[in-house]
Design a protein around this ligand. Structure first.
Ligand SMILES: *Cc1c(COP(=O)(O)O)cnc(C)c1O
Length: 387
């Protein structure tokens, strides 16, 4: 059997894979089992923040592997403590809970919001409000938070106590908050899976104010937008707000599974011994890799991310076959005249790997993609759109 046949026979059929078997990568270039090369504009859905074969990341990870690969959370390890301090110093958040994925980071955020509200206002204040068209994960609870009905249908009953309201409609949100006993509001500053849709500046600020006024926990889901992706360390920083909880994952580990819930002042001590946990969370190898990624998100590096994003915007906006382009930094959504599936297939043919989000082409290249690779990929996308 070929690898794709073996995979189809034995791996659960939850993924509709492209007919590409990847064997290795260097920088932002991947090589398949036939020796064909691709420029990677998806970075494993925003995960491989520093690309492939990155020496600094590899040596951080392998050095830690050579020391100890796992300890459980019964003991202290340096990478876990150090990474937590870096995340707090960069954000002003106070404490970090480490998980292994975005969904798990959100689970922690939701538990923290509910416990805070229960202690502060009473256990009937449990509702978590999210936005329509959002995406917060695949567990039964984070699916409940995900404001897209089609994800819910087959898995009822989901965790109760979740409601959604339209993005950018502060009056609708206020009306909901005044009629429902609310623990928290969760939102992405740029809805990623929903189609790379940035929230309006005024809406984000108004939500933050509402949360402050009503003592509601504001959870910003930075699983996709975080860790330099949009040209700031976290996307909420574009809006001048301070969330109560920031959840993140994807790019944080640079390719190893790592999620984190950053807990702000209000909730820093809300989770005590035994309230939450994870066997793998804060794994020293994953944290060592994350330190290598996170320590490179300097102002100069983030300026480069912004400049690369602007290059993509400038080259593709108004190009033939491109209807619109949205996003921030290196999180970019492109509405193409052609169906996005056709664009992606044609790009694969021509050696470029892209993502989709709803009906848009979505680009999430490695943050350190070389200008040369970026230019080549954008040229291919431009050509494919115009054909
Ligand atoms: C990907 C994503 C998640 C889920 O992350 P997993 O690691 O797949 O659990 C949650 N929220 C947002 C905004 C995401 O983009």
């Amino acid at each position: 059997m070929t690898i794709s046949e073996l995979d189809k026979k034995y791996v659960a059929g939850t993924y509709n894979r492209f007919p590409v078997e990847i064997v290795s990568g260097k920088g932002s270039t991947l090589t398949d089992s036939c020796g064909k090369e691709y420029i990677d504009m998806g970075s494993g859905i925003g995960v491989t923040a520093m690309g492939f074969g990155d020496e600094e990341w590899i040596s951080a990870v392998t050095e830690q592997l050579g020391k100890v690969q796992h300890t459980s959370n019964l003991y202290y390890t340096e990478p876990c403590a150090k990474l937590a301090s870096m995340l707090c110093e960069a954000t002003g958040m106070k404490k970090v809970f480490f998980a292994n994925s975005g969904a798990e980071a959100n689970e922690c955020a939701i538990k923290a919001a509910r416990k805070y509200a229960a202690e502060k206002k009473g256990s009937e204040y449990y509702t978590i409000i999210s936005l329509c068209n959002s995406f917060h994960g695949r567990t039964l609870t984070t699916l409940a938070a995900t404001g897209q009905e089609h994800y819910h249908e087959l898995f009822q009953p989901l965790t109760p106590g979740f409601m959604s309201t339209p993005a950018n409609d502060i009056e609708a949100l206020k009306a909901l908050v005044s009629s429902v006993k609310t623990a928290g509001i969760i939102m992405e500053c740029i809805q990623g899976e929903g189609g790379v849709l940035p929230l309006e500046d005024g809406f984000v600020k108004a939500v933050a104010q509402l949360c402050k006024d009503e003592d509601i926990i504001l959870i910003i889901d930075e699983v996709q937008t975080g860790n330099g992706r949009t040209g700031k360390t976290y996307a909420y920083m574009h809006f001048g707000i301070t969330p109560d909880i920031v959840s993140t994952a994807k790019g944080l580990g640079g390719g190893l599974p790592l999620g984190a819930a950053l807990l702000g002042e209000k909730v820093e001590n809300i989770l005590g011994f035994g309230d939450h946990g994870s066997t793998f969370g804060g794994n020293p190898v994953a944290c060592a890799g994350a330190i290598s990624v996170f320590s490179r998100l300097t102002p100069e590096f983030l300026e480069e991310v912004k400049a690369k994003g602007e290059y993509v915007f400038e080259t593709l906006s108004g190009a033939e076959g491109v209807e619109s382009i949205c996003g921030k930094g290196l999180m970019i959504g492109i509405k193409t005249k052609k169906p996005v599936g056709d664009v992606i297939s044609a790009c694969i043919e021509k050696g470029v790997l892209c993502l989709s989000a709803k009906d848009k082409l979505r680009l999430l290249p490695a943050l350190n993609i070389s200008l040369d690779e970026l230019k080549k990929a954008v040229d291919v996308i431009k050509e494919v759109c115009s054909e």
